[in-house]
Design a protein around this ligand. Structure first.
Ligand SMILES: [Zn+2]
Length: 343
């Protein structure tokens, strides 16, 4: 197993705002942690720029040009999202970093990989920055994999604390991309109820698991085991893309979840098992949220060491799934059964 890591100092030059939680310190902590991982089997991949044409598969050209005009200036893109003179460049490199990693995976140079990028992407919509996100990195990578590599079915797993409204909207009527998200609900951005399952031909290909406050490792493992794994096996994706958000970490200042390093290790193992069974282990992780920089770095280490097949953190079952989640899982299965049968 070879694991690709996208790392580039230019991601550190994007400043969202003074005292903003989406700060360069997040990646600084991750990049300083990387030498503590055994470098055997790790390939570093330099980021490349996304082209406007590549971004336009997900975003309106007028929006891309608007972001381009912020280069060299300070601008407010959304109440939560600021641009500095270097934001445009970092945003092009974030989407481009994911596509470069996708190429490395598809050409079998690496089997899986993690794009350690910022700004994050999953809230960004067709013509709108939102929630610290500028371009929707994972959505752009999904369309790129279809156009450049001819993939027919792409699974996106999003375990960020927040619902990926931008990703959901990008593929809401499209069965060629299955979007699965676990997220705190009700919470920002307000979307992601379990009855949101797609429209038209896309019905059944959006799967939302809206979780209440304080879910822990056991709850996430349960949701993955009961919902994600069976649907993924029926869908048989050609690659698994992951919006990896670590604001579900137990010490995160923005989140109300209690996931630990061991939990991230187990969720990664489950995702990689799907990839191993369905698509020659092809799995691409991209960084989304996570606002406790030291905890973020340890959580990313848990994911990378699990990807390398030598996990540094182990999952230990604690209390088992909470009562709330077992009821929710049954409701979700009921809503999705017309599309996936009883699973
Ligand atoms: Zn988030």
């Amino acid at each position: 197993m070879n694991t690709g890591l996208v790392k580039d100092p230019r991601y550190l030059e994007h400043i969202c705002g003074k005292f903003h939680p989406e700060s360069p310190a997040r990646l600084q902590h991750i990049y300083s942690m990387l030498p503590s991982i055994d470098s055997e089997g790790i390939t570093y991949i330099k980021a490349r720029y996304a082209s406007h044409e590549e971004l336009s598969r997900i975003h309106d050209m007028a929006y891309i040009e608007f972001i381009a005009r912020t280069q060299g200036t300070y601008a407010s893109l959304d109440p939560d999202t600021g641009a500095c003179p270097k934001t445009y460049e970092a945003a092009l490199l974030a989407a481009g970093g994911c596509m470069g990693l996708a190429d490395s995976i598809m050409s079998a140079e690496v089997s899986n990989g993690f794009a350690l990028i910022r700004p994050p992407g999953h809230h960004a919509e067709r013509s709108r920055s939102m929630g610290f996100c500028v371009f929707n990195n994972i959505a752009v990578a999904a369309r790129y994999l279809q156009d450049r590599w001819g993939l027919e079915r792409i699974l996106i797993v999003d375990f960020d604390l927040h619902h990926g409204n931008g990703t959901q909207k990008s593929f809401y009527s499209d069965p060629s991309v299955l979007y699965f998200s676990t997220h705190q609900f009700p919470y920002y951005p307000g979307t992601g109820w379990y009855e949101e399952i797609g429209v038209g031909a896309g019905k059944g290909y959006t799967v939302n698991v809206p979780l209440s406050y304080d879910m822990n490792d056991d709850d996430y493992v349960f949701a993955f085991k009961e919902i994600l794994v069976p649907i993924a096996r029926l869908y048989k994706p050609d690659i698994v893309l992951v919006s990896a958000g670590f604001d579900i970490y137990c010490n995160d200042p923005l989140g109300g979840m209690s996931v630990t390093e061991g939990g991230f290790s187990e969720l990664t193992r489950m995702i990689l098992t799907i990839a191993g069974d369905c698509c020659a282990s092809r799995a691409l992780f991209a960084l989304e949220g996570g606002y406790d920089p030291p905890g973020l770095a340890r959580s990313v280490k848990a994911v990378i060491t699990a990807m390398k097949g030598c996990p540094e953190f182990n999952y230990e079952k604690k209390r088992g799934p909470s009562g709330g989640i077992t009821g929710l899982v049954n409701d979700i299965k009921k809503v999705l059964s017309p599309y996936w049968g009883s699973f």
